[in-house]
Ligand binder design. Structure first.
Ligand code: SF4
Length: 240
């Protein structure tokens, strides 16, 4: 007799059955994202890779609501990397306004110059070429390759790291800085096919931003509450 299988959305995965695997998390998180994703300008098709890159620079240390007006003005003034590259770096800093950490404006300007000189003005799609641009680190290269070009890369920001720490590792918070173990886990959790992997990257990030937040996780509206290792363990307090 074959044991009945339960659909992934509802299958409980308590401590006895080990942490949930990616295949049990992908569908519920992506379905939730389809219903609940915020309509942000850098997620629209017309944003293009340059829009995604600009948003990633701005969002690194600044919340969405403060980024939105500056992002819109920036893209209206400099719709392509070459438009920004033509300006003096000081103009980029002035347009950065009150986003804070204005060195990011200089780095974005430097990236625009390199894109114009090395890549004919088009943001490269290749992860290694993105990473070779000035001012672009591992996170931003993966985010642009994934969000703009639909590629398969682990995209580990603080929101994603928190969701993985709780749902899979079973702890309240991730370590202060990204560890090799987190990168390994993120790679293991990536869906195999590229479009699903790119969707998963955006969806897990949005889940951390809207539901599994740092201060008040809303497990009652979480699509993976039934599988979440930290919740099933009784939410042990962070001891770090
Ligand atoms: S069940 Fe709660 S703690 Fe677990 S991932 Fe969802 S919101 Fe976060």
């Amino acid at each position: 007799m074959t044991a009945p299988t339960k659909p992934p959305h509802t299958s409980p995965a308590g401590p006895a059955s080990g942490p949930p695997s990616g295949e049990h998390l992908h569908a519920p998180v992506i379905d939730w994202f389809d219903e609940n994703a915020r309509d942000l300008p850098w997620r629209r098709p017309e944003a293009g890779a340059w829009g995604v890159m600009v948003s990633e620079f701005m969002l690194q240390q600044t919340p969405v609501n403060r980024v939105l007006p500056v992002y819109e003005q920036w893209l209206a003034r400099w719709p392509r990397p070459a438009d920004l590259a033509k300006e003096a770096p000081g103009e980029a800093v002035r347009a950065w306004g009150r986003l804070g950490y204005p060195r990011r404006a200089l780095r974005l300007h430097g990236a625009a110059v390199a894109i114009t000189e090395r890549h004919g003005g088009d943001v490269p799609a290749d992860h290694a070429r993105l990473l070779a641009l000035p001012g672009i680190g591992e996170y931003t290269a993966a985010a642009v390759a994934s969000f703009a070009y639909g590629q398969r890369h682990p995209v580990l920001d603080t929101n994603v790291r928190r969701v993985f720490a709780r749902a899979v590792t079973g702890v309240q918070y991730p370590p202060n800085a990204t560890t090799a173990a987190e990168r390994k886990l993120a790679r293991a959790l990536l869906p195999e096919d590229e479009p699903t992997a790119a969707r998963w990257a955006a969806a897990s990030m949005e889940l951390g931003a809207l539901v599994c937040t740092a201060k008040s996780e809303s497990c009652h509206r979480c699509p993976i509450a039934a599988q979440c290792a930290w919740r099933l363990a009784g939410k042990p307090e962070h001891d770090g």
